[in-house]
Design a binder for this molecule. Structure first.
Ligand code: B12
Ligand code: SF4
Length: 544
């Protein structure tokens, strides 16, 4: 259970380090710390044109990188604790920053998030990493702050640290059950960096009922010692609306991005929430859904409440392969039913599709082509298979000899190349096969139905990898532009906003000092009495 602020006393100054965009883990932990009586600041590298997300432009990326300035800011700020929220794509950068800061400042460093939770020992191999949080950090981080300065005298739940040659492993804390007891995201931390009103990032739940072998839920939900509570947890409608209403008043939000793994996972909750959302907030939104959690009613409610489009994973169109290899249990009928329901509600859908899955029959691409031709998604987002730490898909690839132990080590150390690299797709012929489908899938949403139904992979000209990548990218951009896609517009606005802010630094001016945010006390959250309305949904390992 989260116990609010009552354990803690004394102010610790914690600097969070972030790259690219808002990280909700940081937004939450900053709120938890300020609520517990500590001060926080943000050291941010927007990493324009190389955000390990969408863009990686070799000339502009290094020009806009502000890692050195950010390190200076941290050293000058002299925090009591330096905290990183680490996902695999940014792990090596986080280590680089921690090392550079520690060379100039004696400050304890903590890594938390998905990557350290998957490979805590690997993170602790770095002498610049003092603490690692395995699993959720809502209690571990304030408890560590309470123990500072110096090493904690007793183990802290979910926290690991080095003690000479051995590792102290704090006991596992169960997943936080009452999400309502947590404070709201600390958006104030990002106010200077992000145009919050353009796209308000939020989540109404934690967890997913599934354990797809390529997803972090595959290992995170099964972290040892966490049994005894629900993994899928939902905030109450009352508390969710309280957050959104105050965000609307403070920022005038124009668009909301619900990043829940499956926004529609609890149908009764959804019905009640969308009614309130439409009445009180009424701005367009987007969310993630799953083929088994969309029916005609859900699609209609979403559209009626202002949903702009949804994102849904297809990943592979081979039902048996999906069930056996990916632990994705949806049947073709679920997928088609969901697509039909969304089409009838006139809701656009972006579909995620993985290329290069090991052992997937080639016919799966043809099946996917037929499906996409029939339903005309607004976008097919192709991702090349990426091996990430901790997940079954990676371990199975090692067992099957598809990855060497050296490659496995490299992946665990953040050396994995991400979605737009084709490294996992096998030899040339296989790569060319997938490349043709990538170009085709990116092209299809631009075509009218009659043309979509006629076009075939064999008609896509043979291209080398560089050309195919460029063509796929251009097709995606054309599609975004043709649709005046809100996310893409916001992405462009974010670049302009940040470039303007960064200009003095680019011209050689010193970076401004970090901005410290004071403790909030009890005003923002758990201090209030919380009605026990949060519903929770039983978790079953990939069960259907
Ligand atoms: C929102 C989101 C995004 C957003 C925002 C990205 C961001 N940087 O946050 C967008 C759409 C931009 C995005 C992009 C990408 N994402 Co993303 N994304 C998510 C998503 C859906 C939610 C993350 C979140 O905010 N969770 C809510 C917070 C509260 O949870 P949390 O971060 O886990 O934090 C808790 C604990 O982990 C821990 N903790 C976290 N940080 C810290 C720090 C400290 C000090 C401590 C003590 C504890 C701690 O405590 C927190 C509270 O309990 C997750 C899936 C998920 N459900 O988590 C994927 C996920 C994080 N994304 C992932 C990936 C791979 C990507 C992309 C590479 C995809 C791509 N290129 O297309 C990019 C990379 C972007 C980047 N450079 O950061 C993977 C990461 C896997 C991995 N091993 O690293 C995830 C896990 C999904 C997956 N495939 O499994 N993503
Ligand atoms: S359904 Fe989506 S979020 Fe859930 S485990 Fe599978 S890929 Fe991850």
């Amino acid at each position: 259970m989260y116990h609010g602020a009552k354990w803690y006393s004394g102010t610790v100054r914690v600097t969070f380090v972030a790259l690219g965009q808002e990280q909700l883990g940081i937004s939450l932990l900053s709120a938890v710390l300020r609520h517990a009586g500590h001060s926080t600041s943000l050291a941010f590298n927007p990493a324009l044109f190389h955000d390990r997300y969408f863009l990686d432009l070799p000339l502009l990326g290094p020009l806009c990188d502000r890692t050195p300035q950010m390190i200076d800011q941290i050293v000058e700020a002299k925090p009591d604790l330096l905290a990183f929220s680490v996902i695999t794509p940014i792990y090596t950068w986080c280590v680089e920053v921690a090392r550079a800061v520690k060379a100039r400042l004696d400050v304890p460093v903590i890594f938390g998030g998905v990557h350290p939770s998957a490979v805590p020992e690997v993170c602790l191999e770095n002498s610049c990493v003092d603490y690692v949080c395995v699993g959720e950090g809502d209690e571990a981080l304030p408890m560590l702050c309470e123990a500072l300065p110096g090493r904690p005298r007793a183990p802290i739940p979910n926290l690991w640290w080095r003690d000479g040659k051995s590792i102290v492993r704090g006991p596992a804390a169960p997943f936080v059950q009452d999400l309502d007891a947590l404070p709201f995201w600390d958006k104030e931390l990002w106010e200077d960096e992000i145009r919050i009103a353009d796209n308000y990032l939020t989540m109404m739940s934690r967890g997913c009922p599934y354990r797809c072998t390529f997803c972090f839920n595959n290992f995170f939900a099964r972290l040892p010692g966490r049994s005894g509570g629900k993994y899928v947890r939902q905030r109450s409608i009352e508390r969710a609306m309280e957050e959104l209403i105050s965000a609307k008043a403070r920022y005038g939000i124009r668009h909301v991005d619900f990043e829940d793994d499956i926004f529609t996972v609890d149908k009764a909750w959804l019905r009640g929430f969308l009614d309130e959302y439409k009445r009180e907030i009424g701005v367009p939104f987007q969310c993630l859904v799953h083929p088994r959690y969309v029916d005609r009613e859900i699609a209609r409610w979403l559209a009626d409440a202002g949903c702009e489009h949804v994102q849904m994973g297809v990943q592979s169109a081979d039902e048996e392969y999906k069930r056996k290899q990916l632990l994705r249990m949806e049947k073709e009928a679920h997928l088609e039913g969901a697509l039909e329901a969304l089409a009838d509600a006139k809701l656009g859908v972006n579909l995620d599709h993985i290329l290069g899955l090991p052992g997937e029959p080639p016919s799966a691409q043809e099946r996917a082509r037929e499906l996409y031709a029939r339903f005309g998604p607004r976008m097919v987002q192709t991702f090349w298979l990426t091996h990430l730490p901790g997940i079954e898909l990676t371990r199975e690839a090692v067992a099957a000899g598809l990855l060497s132990t050296e490659e496995y080590d490299r992946i665990n150390r953040g050396g994995t190349r991400l979605f737009h690299s084709r490294e996992a797709a096998g030899q040339d012929a296989q790569q060319r096969f997938y490349q043709r489908y990538e170009v085709l899938f990116r092209l299809m949403p631009l075509l009218p139905k009659w043309a979509r139904e006629r076009v075939r992979a064999e008609q896509v000209p043979e291209m080398n990898t560089g050309t195919a990548t460029a063509v796929s990218f251009l097709l995606a951009v054309t599609n975004l532009a043709a649709r005046r896609d809100q996310e893409a517009l916001n992405y462009a606005r974010h670049h302009l906003h940040t470039l303007r802010r960064q200009l003095p630094e680019l011209l050689g001016r010193r970076a401004p000092p970090l901005r410290w945010l004071p403790p909030t006390g009890n005003q923002s959250a758990a201090g209030r009495t919380v009605a026990p309305q949060a519903s929770a949904i039983a978790t079953s390992d990939g069960a259907m």
